[in-house]
Design a protein around this ligand. Sequence first.
Ligand SMILES: C[S@@+](CC[C@H](N)C(=O)[O-])C[C@H]1O[C@@H](n2cnc3c(N)ncnc32)[C@H](O)[C@@H]1O
Length: 276
Amino acid sequence: MTQAGLEAGVADHYTTSTLLERIADGLAKAGKDLHSATAEDLKPVDEFHIGGLVATQALLDQVELSATSRVIDLGSGIGGTARHIAQRSGAKVTGIDLTSEFVEVAQKLSDLVGVNTIFKTGSVLDIPEPDDEFDLATLIHVGMNIADKDKLFAEAARVLKPGGSFAVYDVMQTADEPISFPVPWATTPDQSHLDRPQVYRDAAAGAGFSLVAERDRSDFARDFFAKLTARIAESGPPPLGLPLIFGAQAGEKMANMLENVDAKRIAPVEMIFALG
Ligand SMILES: C[S@@+](CC[C@H](N)C(=O)[O-])C[C@H]1O[C@@H](n2cnc3c(N)ncnc32)[C@H](O)[C@@H]1O
């Protein structure tokens, strides 16, 4: 399949057309109003990856970030990570995402909660930004949709300044046996492009990055899912949570991801790279 065909399939997988309404509805059920919500109020739904804000923070703790940093979040979803980075550090943050509904919702949410971030529709394989622009790039649960890891790392290297950091937190393949579908990033196998950690390391090295740190987050993920399942068993699904963003088959996607992690077919892995 062509890159354009692949990307159209990915955007189609994530698009629901009613996301902002469902977030407003979830907030209302939680006793909050979309128009007076804070960035914190959005946290249960706007970090679309295993471990949510805790995982984002754990990744960011490993990189330098200051008010003068220029940051790009590759595959920014509805913008939770970008807003968190901007709020935490005062850095100027740009998010790039393929799914235009996510980009529109991300911008709208940032405007509503008063956080200064910029979101653009585009592919991380052809980033709509100049060379040598950013101090830090982040990529959180995005590579599973990207077949061409060499191009992904080459584009990240192009937009980073020399010495810049690339913080990756992706679900990676850890066994040969096939995974169960649907999962949050793919309804069908043709939309899923899981790779082994070594593929990431090789692609990064080929683009001029050196590996600074790497950590398998499977234990953290299992603990996160166990606590989530216990909370749901006790008090039911929360009004505002990631299933809102999963779209159709939300329950199956979540259950399959859990099963795939438990069976050690996949693992969430952090990798921190430095350019040069
Ligand atoms: C599981 S979501 C994670 C979103 C966000 N990083 C987060 O953690 O909240 C995956 C995101 O990657 C985006 N994506 C997938 N392939 C992409 C590509 N080639 N270029 C830009 N965004 C892409 C999807 O549109 C989706 O928003």
